[in-house]
Design a protein around this ligand. Structure first.
Ligand code: BTN
Length: 242
């Protein structure tokens, strides 16, 4: 691990490695030793990258894999990963990456392909936010959802530290607002970026049409009988359109 600088990032130290098992794991270890808020771990490659629900996150060289430590004042809700997704999209839009959407609760899509993911892990007051973005084609992505992996190849023209710095600065601002005002502040904007809005989906035993997000970031489904169902966790599978 080497200490490096990220443009515009002064909240905490940044540790860089060419190869690591998982930036979330390493940051967890640092957090356990009292690392300050804003500590970042970034690696060019991960050998044990992790996704939500115990899935693997394939992390070959060429992608962006990093984690940031945030100290939370009160319990953070699962909706925060949506807010993080919004920060990533805003940052990338400043570099003319169009058409990015969020698939509840933590996936970043372009078109019908997944191009990135977010893994938030809460350890008593320490929140580890891990972000992974594909910049190159990925072959064996281990996806339970069966979505094809896509990539953000156009970002290869930038230095990785520039893109990571941009994302972290957006995230820092959004985290501040989230702590003060909660998910409500972001709800409408994030809904506009939803990959699932008005689509038919299945989540565990429920299927229905996605109506949007609730006040706390829960997914609202309209069931075939017309009743509404709030979904707080689970994996969303898209049903055939039409
Ligand atoms: C998902 O799609 O389920 C979330 C994927 C999150 C991957 C990132 S890459 C950086 C950080 N380190 C990990 O091991 N996972 C996250």
């Amino acid at each position: 691990m080497e200490k490096v600088e990220l443009p515009g990032w002064d909240l905490g130290p940044v540790y860089f490695s060419e190869k690591i098992d998982s930036t979330n794991n390493y940051l967890k270890m640092l957090a356990g030793k009292g690392a300050p808020a804003g500590t970042v771990v970034w690696s060019r490659e991960q050998t044990g990258g992790r996704g939500r629900r115990g899935r693997k996150w394939m992390s070959p060289r060429g992608g962006l894999y990093f984690s940031v430590l945030l100290h939370i004042q009160k319990g953070i809700k699962p909706s925060f990963s949506l807010v993080v997704g919004g920060s990533v999209i805003k940052a990338l839009e400043t570099r003319d990456v169009p058409g990015l959407k969020l698939k509840w609760p933590n996936d970043i899509f372009r078109g019908s392909k997944k191009v990135g993911g977010i893994l938030c892990e809460n350890l008593s007051g320490n929140l580890i936010v891990g972000i992974g973005l594909n910049l190159k084609p990925i072959k064996n992505l281990d996806f339970e959802e069966k979505f094809l992996p896509g990539n953000l190849g156009e970002l290869q023209q930038y230095l990785p530290e520039e893109i990571i710095g941009l994302i972290l600065r957006e995230l820092k601002e959004d985290f501040q607002v989230y702590q003060e005002q909660g998910f409500c502040f972001f709800r409408e904007k994030l809904q506009g970026r939803s990959f699932l809005l008005n689509r038919r989906v299945q989540v565990d035993n429920f299927s229905g049409e996605v109506m949007g997000y609730g006040e706390k970031g829960q997914l609202i489904l309209k069931l075939p009988g017309g009743a509404f169902k709030e979904i707080w966790q689970g994996t969303v599978v898209l049903l055939e359109e039409g």
